[in-house]
Design a protein around this ligand. Structure first.
Ligand SMILES: Nc1nc2c(c(=O)[nH]1)N[C@H]1C(S)=C(S)[C@@H](COP(=O)(O)OP(=O)(O)OC[C@H]3O[C@@H](n4cnc5c(N)ncnc54)[C@H](O)[C@@H]3O)O[C@H]1N2
Ligand code: MOO
Length: 395
């Protein structure tokens, strides 16, 4: 089987999935999820012409006064009648502008003596001055948050002021994490011989924290075909996505692919033209999508960034599930690239990107020090300092 280009592999994985069922949740619980439908305004904002300042509602043509102050308009209330010629109303920020007034005189530019009011400063410069007109922000029926948009605090504010307390979103996928490898021990346990802590599942759970996913860590399975196959069958009963790490390469003890076959899964692709992450595998077992990530910790991180997070976004109804890149300027030369798309761990210093030597897919120190990944397509020639490159900055 030849290596699949990254974009093709991503497209094939996303095509295996579709957005999950819709549920309605309180606005704040929707943060980090994607609107399942267009969220339409249920009211005009503002609902009336409102004062933008504390001062007096007046008629522009009557400047500089004098006016007779006949009452007060406070936020949420208003004045009980229209202003007649020569009349003004005390008004506060956010209060409805009374009928008959067409601008607001700020109180710093006014002199008040009992109910008599005079303009002393320059005053409003135009009709409508210091007034926020009705529906200035949006009118009832306007689309506040488009379906497929990721909801953040700004959208919560917008939907809330538009009259919503809840929002429709797609259900969160249930994700089963399975680590494979005889050499792995639980976090914090002694590491006799050449054993090591099973860090990948913790890293993946951390990547999913704060994202719309229900994560279940199913622990470490030994390098045993039957046990891994049984683990797959078991996980497929209640997971939307099964993520394995390790055992997906070509070694005699790499059982993930044969175990999937034994469990009755259909393999969609195996081996992608990327570095790190080449042995990535995707398939389907019953209703679950299976993603086999390579065991090398950096390979696991990069493939989770490029495949697992977009898959979650796709199931969550994201309009644009793939991670964005941005153009950066290289601070140092990079060698010509080979046949695999490269994701070089890189730091940003004074706006320039540096990818140090030592890009080993087991080197977590370099990953942890990086600001992002410089993406280099297959076969690009050597690059100089000052050249542009695309960089993926995980969010
Ligand atoms: N002859 C070939 N050998 C390898 C190839 C190849 O094409 N031909 N591909 C290499 C590439 S690229 C990668 S990436 C690795 C991935 O192999 P596996 O996915 O089978 O991973 P393992 O062999 O099980 O483990 C690799 C490495 O990572 C450590 N590991 C595994 N799981 C964890 C975990 N949960 N937490 C922390 N560390 C973990 C494991 O101990 C190994 O050191 O294959 C190359 N080989
Ligand atoms: O491609 Mo592997 O992912 O070298 O590390």
């Amino acid at each position: 089987m030849s290596l699949l280009p990254v974009a093709e592999a991503q497209a094939r994985l996303l095509a295996l999935a579709s957005p999950l069922d819709i549920e309605t949740v309180p606005l704040v619980a929707a943060v980090g999820r994607w609107a399942a439908e267009d969220i339409l305004a249920r009211r005009d904002q503002p609902s009336h012409d409102l004062s933008a300042m504390d001062g007096y509602a007046i008629r522009f043509a009557e400047r500089p006064g004098p006016w007779t102050v006949i009452g007060e308009s406070a936020a949420g209330a208003g004045l009980d009648r229209a202003l007649a010629p020569g009349e003004a109303a005390r008004i506060f920020t956010g209060a409805p502008v009374p009928e008959g007034a067409d601008c607001v005189l700020v109180q710093e530019e006014a002199q008040r003596d009992g109910d008599r009011l005079l303009m002393t400063g320059e005053g409003p410069t135009r009709i409508g001055g210091n007034i926020r007109p009705k529906a200035m922000d949006f009118a009832s029926g306007a689309s506040l948050v488009a379906a497929g948009r990721r909801i953040d605090a700004r959208h919560v504010a917008l939907a809330a002021i538009g009259g919503h307390a809840t929002v429709p979103v797609h259900k969160r996928p249930r994700i089963a994490l399975i680590s494979t490898g005889d050499e792995l021990v639980p976090l914090g346990a002694p590491t006799p011989g050449a054993t090591l802590p099973a860090s990948n599942a913790a890293m993946l759970a951390a990547m999913l924290a704060g994202r719309p996913a229900i994560v279940q860590d199913r622990g470490v399975l030994p390098d045993d075909l039957d046990i891994i196959a049984a683990g797959f069958r078991d996980a497929a009963r209640d997971a939307d996505i099964i993520v394995t790490t390790g055992g997906v390469s070509v070694g005699d003890r790499d059982w993930v692919r044969p175990a999937l076959e034994q469990a009755g899964a259909s393999l969609d692709f195996w081996r992608v033209a990327m570095r790190p992450g080449k042995p990535l595998l995707a398939g389907r077992l019953g209703d679950a999508i299976v993603l086999g990530l390579p065991g090398n910790p950096v390979s696991s991180y990069v493939t989770a960034t490029l495949f697992l997070l977009p898959l979650i976004a796709r199931m969550g109804g994201a309009a644009d599930p793939l991670p964005a890149t941005r153009t950066v300027t290289l601070g140092a030369p990079l060698p010509a690239n080979g046949p695999r798309q490269d994701y070089a761990r890189a730091r940003l210093e004074n706006g320039r990107a540096f990818a140090p030597d030592g890009q080993d897919s087991a080197a977590l120190m370099a990953l942890a020090a990086a600001d992002g990944l410089i993406v280099r397509p297959p076969h690009v020639p050597a690059a100089e300092a000052g050249d542009s490159a695309e960089m993926l900055i995980p969010g």
